[in-house]
Every structure is written in structure tokens, then in C-alpha cells.
Design a protein around this ligand. Structure first.
Ligand code: ZN
Ligand code: ZN
Length: 146
């Protein structure tokens, strides 16, 4: 939808995020880092920096040599993951945004590392850790990414 703006917030409401013209689909990653950070299933949607507006107390943890993960400094809600390179997209947490509740799952990676309880139904594209790393060689160099 052109000029569509969605609004999201963290659990305590201190952090507000708006996204203009959002992607409209969700991806899931089951890698060891995403599993640990999310505590469960890591899901996100990509958004270019120019389309994202953020206010509130954001804290950032650099989780590897490639990326950082952000959370609300007040309530701890996870906000996004983002590569460290300039201009990298935000991978935003869908649960912050009411509008994402009808969005389809379009990508699932590190499927072979998914806990049994989190094998997701559907015919969306899936990749194992090996398949993902072959397409994204930088991911193979992330410390602890296993
Ligand atoms: Zn908060
Ligand atoms: Zn991951």
C-alpha cells in the first residue's frame, strides 16, 4: 500500500517506531544467536532506514562483529537487529506493530537448527544454516553463530 504508515511501540510505551511503506511480510531465523536473544522464535521484517522513525530510550547491544540488537532501555522489549554497515536495513520485531498480525511468513532460515516445538507450517521459502551461509558468506564469519 503506497504511503502506508504503521506504528509500533514497546511494552512500556516509551519507545515509538513508525515505518512508512512497510514490506508486508515476516522472516524467521532459528540461528543460535537469534534463538538466545529472542528466548524463543526470532521473527522480523526489513525496513530501509529512510522509512523508519524512532523515538524513546533505545539501548543497543553489539551482538557480533556484523550486527547490533536494540531494546527498550526501560522495559527491555526487543526492537530490532541491524547490520553495522552504514545504511543497513532495520530488521524490526513484528510484535511491536499491530499492523503485522495478518502478514505472511515468507522466509525461514537456519531451519535445521530450529527446536522441535518451532517447526513452522507452510510452503514459504526455507533455508538450512548451510544453504544460508552459502548465499551470505559473511554470516559464516560471525562469532558464536552456531
Ligand atoms: Zn519500553
Ligand atoms: Zn539469526
Amino acid at each position: 500500500m503506497p504511503n502506508d504508515v504503521i506504528e509500533g511501540r514497546c511494552l512500556c510505551g516509551a519507545v515509538h517506531i513508525t515505518v512508512t511503506d512497510p514490506a508486508g511480510w515476516i522472516g524467521v531465523c532459528h540461528c543460535g544467536m537469534c534463538r538466545r536473544w529472542s528466548g524463543s522464535v526470532f521473527a522480523c521484517f526489513g525496513a530501509a532506514p529512510a522509512t523508519v522513525d524512532i523515538t524513546g530510550p533505545v539501548a543497543v547491544h553489539q551482538s557480533s562483529n556484523l550486527s547490533e540488537r536494540a531494546f527498550c532501555a526501560t522495559c527491555g522489549s526487543h526492537l530490532w537487529m541491524r547490520d553495522l554497515q552504514d545504511g543497513a536495513d532495520y530488521d524490526l520485531m513484528p510484535g511491536l506493530f499491530e499492523a503485522t498480525k495478518d502478514w505472511p511468513l515468507r522466509s525461514e532460515i537456519y531451519c535445521d537448527e530450529a527446536p522441535a516445538a518451532f517447526s513452522l507450517a507452510g510452503d514459504h521459502p526455507k533455508a538450512t544454516a548451510e544453504q544460508y551461509r552459502r548465499k551470505h558468506p559473511q554470516a559464516a564469519r560471525v562469532a558464536g553463530d552456531a
